[in-house]
Design a binder for this molecule. Structure first.
Ligand code: GLC
Length: 515
């Protein structure tokens, strides 16, 4: 018999002695009837941000959607834990349930920690509260980020004791939660309850590793000096390297990126550590929440449409052109970029050939913020090429939906891109991506321009402005051939980017760790 219980229990089985009526009457000792309380194996996601609560980047989208998709499959009890930031959306902040408070060691000190939760669909999201660390204007970028996330990572493990909840797998993401793996596998390794927890560490971006002076090992991170070799790399404490070495499996967010980070060109110095863990490294592509990014229901669109009927997209384009003071013309392709304005996203390539590109009959829309250098450049080009270029130096969710739906082509020439989200969103909205074949861009976009058959986008390989321009011109040319372009557009919009496939791959990985 199976009995469902909400409250976490220790262990997986509970014996309950029951007395039958007859036995009770006869006052004879009861024969124990065993009731097996089956609990699902559990996965606890540990991350520094997640939608819809708080977001700075793609990590948040993954944390906001993958757990839900896993929980929907019903095989695992899925929970998430993250910091409680001052900037959390009020709609959620005011609806958290208080669990308790306790102290968390940070180096030689003890710090207050409050614990809250919020149930979203069938996933429990826990929040670690400490105003000193998290009541700040931004999520990251402070002198004491090392201390802030040491606190968070340790608070995660202390919360498990408070909750009397010991998951099967602790699934940590990026350097901010790397210390949760490190603590689990060192100072908590032999503690009851923790000794059986397995660890998975996911790299969303290898550029940010959490590097600190080795002197801080005891004082700040509270680790014994003899653990230094586990977390040391190139003469510094490197939290990402420590988590990679100590976790049972390491994943990253696309197959191509899993290969790329074995090489110096992509590894930001960490290639030796990546190669050392090559036998436990795998690439699992991210998905997108296809209910959130859906042109049929997105309220920001001028007109909704679907992959089977793009008539609404035509209106989206016209209205977008009007709104941005661009000539309302269907015969001219609109190329869009929605990106952080930094070289790494390929903006240096774009700048290099921009005026050459503008000799074509095109319209270019750029939305984003970033380096002042690029902000000024594109603002200036907007003035210089009125009616052809429109740069909006901002982040704007509503406008980004309008651009995804109203544009024809979406340019993403990144130097590296672990997975990338925008190319998948663009596809969903029937906006054909032009990408460089790196990381997730390579794994999601199949080039029409190579075989002239099939394909959901345009691709170029070398990080080279002329090669990029050549392929953009090919895309512009192809736009002129309506039946062909419509085919690419439809294939883009019908590509399956849901979490279904990837959630299945994560489950397979968790299954390996279950016993
Ligand atoms: C990081 C990567 C991005 C990826 C995201 C989610 O932001 O730079 O490519 O899509 O993480 O994994």
């Amino acid at each position: 018999m199976s009995v469902k219980r909400n409250k976490s229990v220790i262990g997986n089985k509970t014996s309950v002695a029951q007395k039958t009526k007859k036995q009770a009457e006869e006052k004879t000792p009861a024969a124990p009837i065993t009731v097996t309380v089956e609990r699902k194996p559990s996965i606890l996601f540990v991350a520094s941000e997640g939608t819809p609560f708080i977001k700075t980047g793609g990590l948040a989208d993954v944390i906001g959607s993958l757990p839900l998709s896993l929980a929907e499959r019903g095989n695992y009890d899925i929970r998430v834990i993250m910091p409680l930031y001052a900037g959390m959306e009020d709609g959620y902040k005011n609806h958290l349930t208080y669990v308790g408070n306790f102290n968390v060691p940070v180096g030689w000190r003890n710090q207050y920690c409050g614990l809250f939760y919020y149930k979203r669909k069938n996933v429990t999201f826990y929040f670690i509260d400490n105003e000193y660390y998290f009541k700040r204007d931004n999520l990251y970028g402070y002198f004491d980020d090392g201390e802030r996330f040491a606190f968070f990572s340790r608070a995660v493990l202390e919360s498990l004791i408070q909750l009397d909840y010991y998951p099967t797998v602790l699934h940590c993401h990026d350097w901010q939660s790397a210390l949760s793996v490190i603590y689990l596998k060192t100072i908590y390794a032999n503690r009851w309850g923790f000794d059986k927890i397995r660890a998975v560490f996911t790299i969303h971006n290898i550029e940010y590793q959490g590097k600190y002076s080795p002197d801080l090992i005891c004082e700040l991170f509270g680790l014994p000096a003899e653990t230094l070799p586990l977390i040391e790399y190139s003469g510094a404490i490197n939290l990402m390297k420590g988590a990679m070495q100590l976790s049972d499996y390491v994943t990253t967010v696309s197959r191509t990126y899993a290969e790329e980070i074995k090489t110096p060109q992509y590894a930001s110095g960490l290639e030796y550590a990546v190669n050392d863990c090559a036998n436990k490294l795998m690439g699992i592509l991210n998905g997108i929440d296809d209910k959130v990014f859906d042109p049929e229901t997105d309220k920001a669109l001028f007109k909704n449409y679907s992959a089977n009927d793009f008539s609404g997209k035509k209106i989206c384009k016209q209205e977008l052109q009007k709104m941005l003071s661009l000539p309302v013309r269907d015969d001219v392709p609109v190329i869009a970029m929605i990106t952080r304005l930094v070289s790494h996203k390929g903006l240096d390539l774009v700048k290099y050939v921009f005026e050459e590109l503008l000799k074509e009959d095109v319209q270019v829309i750029i939305l984003g913020k970033g380096d002042v250098y690029y902000e000024n450049y594109f603002a200036h080009m907007s003035d210089l090429y009125r009616g052809k270029v429109r740069a909006i130096i901002a982040y704007n969710k509503d406008l980004s939906s309008k651009i995804y739906s109203g544009a024809d082509l979406f340019l993403m020439p990144s130097k590296s891109e672990p997975c990338g989200l925008s190319q998948m969103i663009a596809c969903r909205y029937g906006t054909v991506p032009i990408v460089r074949t790196t990381g997730g861009l390579n794994d999601t976009i199949t080039p029409y321009n190579v075989a002239r058959y099939g394909g959901n986008g345009f691709c170029f390989n070398a990080y080279n402005a002329d090669e990029m321009l050549y392929v953009i011109k090919d895309a512009i040319f192809t736009y002129g051939n309506k039946p062909v372009f419509d085919g690419i557009k439809e294939r883009a919009a019908k590509t399956d980017f849901s979490w279904l496939q990837s959630a299945g791959e994560y489950e397979k990985l968790y299954n390996l760790l279950k016993n």
